[in-house]
Design a binder for this molecule. Structure first.
Ligand code: GTQ
Length: 375
């Protein structure tokens, strides 16, 4: 287990770097520095920690704190001028990367009826989770999708996409989730604005849901070999229904309760190559056991109220709040209601961890949980 004991002994472990500074060595380091080089033993313990050292901190973004600021942006900037009118979540440990946690970005985007954010494409993969309002839509490579609260929609890397709200709708707010920091870290991010600023809708509205969203059935003539799910939209009603049905047959995971992954119906794998997503249900009064794993998570409370204990700190949440769990941080979740279930939407970078062979998971001993500190 991580902790002060191991930190203090770090320099004394045989085989770890443990070189005292001397005037001669310091002068040597300066000479190497002038040659754009350095002595490994001065950085080895930092760049090769015993276990993942996340610079992200757990954060709870309360919707009641952010909502008015998000709405205010409507009076301050237009979608045309801003490109995307979004208030992004800035993890205090990750300033400079525009990251909500780890290598994941998240923001709250607001649009009024009749507004459209122009079409563009980028190497980053993106998703939206609808928070409030009616009439929202997204167009992905000519496929138009209508969106309602708690719907989850993909705008995969390389696709043309634009968002808007129908003129008969109401102001809409949704959460964006992207892997912008990851793709920038990999120095692989391209961005393009659509030559016409708008796409033509080339298919019947919601055609991908009608084609690929039928449980247990696959279209006989459907071909799909792209790296992301052809089911671009996952609606709330069937998702919640699935959780209720699954919950009738299982207690679920001791760490996560009744959890289901959104999947690519062709492969059964994650919805996009770099970002996965899930919805989980905590039964009334349920309090899960703590575990930790590699991979960064951003949660949004889709339903109910409860709390999460993350690296010993308790965060009390309710519907629409957003919080993050950094990689390798202990975490457990609790439902604060004894009569209603609570549902958590999450997106994460587990597809990256898993495909690169970097996924590790550990349970918190045989304790029933961490000792939460009140906040
Ligand atoms: O809609 O594609 O919040 O490109 C940030 C960057 C949303 C988007 C964001 C983006 C988008």
């Amino acid at each position: 287990m991580t902790g002060p004991a191991r930190e203090n002994h770090r320099e004394d472990v045989a085989g770890r770097a443990n070189v005292e500074d001397t005037p001669e060595l310091l002068a040597y380091y300066r000479e190497l520095g002038r040659l754009d080089a350095g002595a490994l033993w001065t950085v080895a313990n930092k760049i090769e920690p015993w276990e993942p050292q996340s610079s992200s901190v757990p954060v709870l973004w309360r919707y009641e704190d952010l909502r008015n600021h998000v709405l205010r942006s409507v009076d301050l900037v237009s979608p045309e001028k801003a490109g995307r009118r979004v208030i992004y979540l800035n993890n205090p440990g990750r300033r400079g990367f525009a990251a909500a946690v780890g290598w994941l970005y998240s923001g709250l985007q607001v649009m009024h009826p009749g507004e459209v954010a122009s079409a563009h494409a980028h190497s980053a993969s993106a998703l939206r989770f609808i928070m409030e309002g009616t009439g929202a839509y997204t167009i992905v490579d000519g496929h138009k999708m209508t969106l309602a609260a708690n719907d989850f929609v993909l705008t995969p890397n390389g696709t043309w996409h634009e968002h808007g709200v129908a003129s008969g709708g109401t102001p809409c707010i949704w959460q964006d989730g992207l892997d912008i920091p990851l793709v920038n870290a990999l120095e692989a991010n391209f961005y393009a604005v659509h030559p016409d600023l708008r796409q033509r809708v080339g298919y019947p509205v919601d055609d991908m849901s009608k084609t690929w969203g039928n449980p247990g059935l696959r279209p006989a003539t459907g071909e799909w070999s792209k790296g992301y799910s052809p089911l671009l939209k996952y609606e709330w009603a069937p998702t919640y229904e699935a959780l209720l049905r699954y919950g009738q047959s299982t207690d679920g995971s001791p760490f996560d309760g009744v959890l289901m992954n959104y999947v690519n119906p062709v492969t059964g794998g994650p919805v996009m190559q770099t970002i996965g997503a899930s919805m989980q249900m905590l039964q009334p009064d349920e309090h899960t056991r703590a575990h930790r794993h590699t991979g960064s998570f951003v949660y949004q409370v889709a339903k109910g109220r409860g709390f999460s204990v993350i690296d010993g700190k308790r965060f009390d949440w309710k519907e629409r709040d957003i919080f993050c769990v950094p990689s390798w941080a202990w975490h457990e979740h609790g439902n604060a209601s004894s009569s209603e279930d609570a549902c958590l939407f999450a997106f994460h970078d587990l597809p990256v961890m898993q495909s690169l062979g970097l996924y590790r998971e550990e349970a918190f001993g045989d304790n029933s949980g961490q000792q939460p500190r009140a906040v």
